[in-house]
Design a protein around this ligand. Structure first.
Ligand SMILES: Nc1ncnc2c1ncn2[C@@H]1O[C@H](COP(=O)(O)OP(=O)(O)OP(=O)(O)O)[C@@H](O)[C@H]1O
Ligand SMILES: [Mg+2]
Length: 248
């Protein structure tokens, strides 16, 4: 049991784009095996928060530690950290001109140094796990949105990441495809994958998250277990936000 050991620590993190401060004094610690769902209005800094964790966005001040190590600024050390942090975005980000199988094996061959045969075995196993083994030789455009998103998850998982970041992975999907992607995510959570998930899927937050972090205006205004957050949000802003999304 590794609960209680922090995998990601953000300390006093600030990040601006010109005059706009997108992250303000962010303090957040995510334990190994923990699932944290990040919610909040558009423009509140949720994507920026995710992107700073693998340094797709550099920060202005503060510290980010992954597995006890400060996030490297650049070079091979940064590439190593990035390989350990799987990221799945709203848009599927698969390579359009490569088969699904190639999309999954590329990182294994190039970054993890696996042989092609080994990589293909592992990739097929993962595609089976997310339910799209039969699509291995198709190109992304031949898959539904939900299938593409499951391929993106398989590709990220192939690297055996320490952490999975999900930024609104289901928000571009039709309702019937949302469930098939959430089912895969619920399973990952149940297996003890450490996950930071930006999502307004309240059902997912309730069933899979240990904590919900509510952001507004670049700040984390509250972090609490989902049952507590949904029943009795502590801030007016969170109450207001919840009443809007629950009204849908
Ligand atoms: N590359 C950038 N350049 C300039 N401003 C940016 C950039 N990325 C984000 N911002 C600004 O930073 C703020 C936070 O953006 P962010 O994308 O993190 O919000 P979000 O909470 O993910 O919103 P949404 O729910 O719409 O995805 C916004 O005001 C946005 O316009
Ligand atoms: Mg966003």
């Amino acid at each position: 049991m590794t609960a209680g050991v922090p995998l990601v620590v953000m300390e006093d993190v600030n990040k601006s784009f010109g005059d706009l401060q997108a992250l303000k004094d962010i303090n957040l610690s995510v334990d190994k095996g923990e699932v944290v769902v990040v919610i909040g209005p558009s423009g509140s800094g949720k994507s920026t928060l995710c992107r700073t964790i693998n340094r797709l966005e550099p920060i202005d001040s503060g510290r980010i530690l992954i597995d006890g190590e400060p996030l490297p600024l650049e070079g091979r050390a940064l590439a190593r950290v990035r390989a350990d942090v799987g990221m799945v975005f709203q848009s599927f980000n698969l390579f359009a001109h490569k088969s699904i199988l190639k999309n999954v094996t590329m990182g294994l061959i190039k970054v993890r140094g696996m042989s092609r045969a080994e990589a293909e075995d592992k990739a097929m196993e993962l595609l089976k796990r997310v339910g799209i083994a039969d699509k291995a030789h198709r190109h992304p455009a031949e898959l539904s949105g939900g299938q593409q998103q499951r391929a993106a998850i398989a590709r990220a998982l192939a690297m055996n990441p320490k952490l999975m970041l999900f930024d609104e992975p289901t928000s571009a999907l039709d309702p019937e495809m949302i469930k098939e992607v959430l089912d895969v995510m619920v399973e990952l959570a149940a297996e003890g994958t450490t996950m930071i998930v930006v999502s307004h899927e309240m059902g997912f937050a309730r069933s899979a998250a240990q904590r919900v972090a509510f952001m507004d205006g670049g700040r984390i205004l509250e972090v609490s277990p989902p049952e507590q957050f949904f029943a009795a949000p502590q801030t007016e802003r969170a109450r207001d936000f919840l009443s809007k999304i629950l009204a849908h």
